[in-house]
Design a protein around this ligand. Structure first.
Ligand code: SF4
Length: 371
């Protein structure tokens, strides 16, 4: 399998209530970040990563904030230093409030062939609660513009299991979004990170989130509903209108395939060694302006760690994992039989695959199988 390339754009115009991603509100750092990124591209090129790349993913942060000039410089540097396959999947994450016909035309001209739109909800009250900058009308307009611009692979990010959100509210958002016929949907349950304003509110007991049983029910409803509408539920949070629209880039993470990450907080994995860059934009820029790689952590995975990760990541997907991976875990065969009987796992064509119910408890399955 070819290599994936991730570029982290660490800037946002405001911070969402729940967000724990590496993003910086001080846009004055953008010029220094751009220069540092170009330096990192040149530095990494000497490290013998096996090319070509068949995916390029610009994530954030908010990549859609970048001007045409900055984005053009990054693309031309990447193309100058790296080799890409002719059918490379190029994804750009965009916030609805940044989307304009001009930007869409620019992204397409640069080669972006997959747009991941951070819609999150089509209900104004939910969007306000989440601290998003856009409202539902802007999100709808962005979806329309993406379609008018001829984006043929459109992915929409949504969030559910919000406090006070009923199943009917959530299904209404899903139905509305399906009117735009997105090729791909990522539906994430709200998760609480301690350091965020949301996490602090929850810690103070000012907010109650849906309980485990409610979350389980919403997960199953989402899966059943989207599969009834022709989507394949191929990973815990991800749905696509057929295999050709599975996220090629994110599949590399789940299949334990190598990828290279550039930018603050980006991770890289070569099949054995995982490295990650420093998170703060200032430190990232400082390191690169001194000609140093901005790597702050390196982990060499042992065989048993690799097997454990392959197990845990494989069980996130309906594709599952090769049955032979379980040979590394002495207790697995016994537990496997129990999980198959309980309707959580299936063995088919030499692979162990979670059922829909199994996806709900994928992490626990991995834990139990690994002994
Ligand atoms: S736009 Fe995305 S990265 Fe930026 S603060 Fe909101 S959730 Fe975080």
């Amino acid at each position: 399998m070819s290599l994936g390339l991730y570029v982290h754009v660490p800037f946002c115009q405001s911070k969402c209530f729940y967000c724990d991603f590496a993003s910086n509100l001080d846009l004055a750092w953008m010029a220094a970040w751009r220069q540092a990124l170009l330096t990192e591209i040149a530095l990494v090129q000497d490290q013998d990563w096996p090319q070509p790349f068949d995916t390029l993913y610009l994530g954030g942060g908010t990549p859609s904030l970048l001007s045409g000039e900055v984005l053009g410089a990054i693309f031309s540097h990447l193309q100058g230093y790296f080799v890409f396959t002719t059918d490379v999947e190029i994804t750009l994450e965009a916030n609805p409030d940044d989307v304009t016909p001009e930007k869409l035309a620019l992204w397409r001209k640069l080669g972006v062939n997959r747009l991941s739109l951070g819609v999150q909800s089509l209900q104004d009250a939910e969007l306000r609660w989440l601290g998003r900058r856009h409202d539902a009308a802007q999100a709808r307009r962005a979806l329309e513009m993406a379609r008018e611009a001829g984006i043929a692979n459109l992915s929409v990010d949504l969030m559910y299991a919000l406090p006070g959100q009923s199943e009917a509210d959530w299904l209404a958002t899903l139905r509305d979004v399906l009117a735009y016929e997105p090729e791909h949907l990522s539906c994430y349950q709200l998760t609480v990170a301690e350091q965020t304003p949301l996490g602090k509110k929850v810690a103070r007991g000012e907010l109650t989130l849906p309980g485990e049983e409610e979350q389980r029910r919403l997960f199953l409803t989402t899966s059943e509903f989207l599969e009834s509408q022709g989507y394949s539920h191929y990973e815990i949070s991800n749905f696509a209108r057929g295999q050709r629209y599975f996220s090629r880039h994110n599949s590399k993470y789940w299949q334990h395939s190598p990828y290279l990450g550039l930018g603050p907080a980006a991770h890289s994995f070569d099949g054995r060694v995982r490295r990650w860059n420093v998170r703060a934009v200032e430190a990232y820029c400082r390191s690169l302006s001194a000609g140093q790689a901005p790597v702050t952590g390196v982990e060499v995975l042992s065989d048993s760690q690799l097997h454990l990760e392959a197990l845990a990541l494989g069980l996130r997907t309906r594709r599952g994992l090769a049955l032979r991976v379980l040979d590394h875990f002495p207790e697995a065969q016994k537990v496997l039989a129990e999980f198959c009987e309980a309707g959580l796992l299936q063995v088919q064509q030499g692979r162990v695959c979670p059922t829909r119910e199994g996806l709900v408890v994928a992490d626990s399955l991995a834990l139990m199988l690994s002994g």
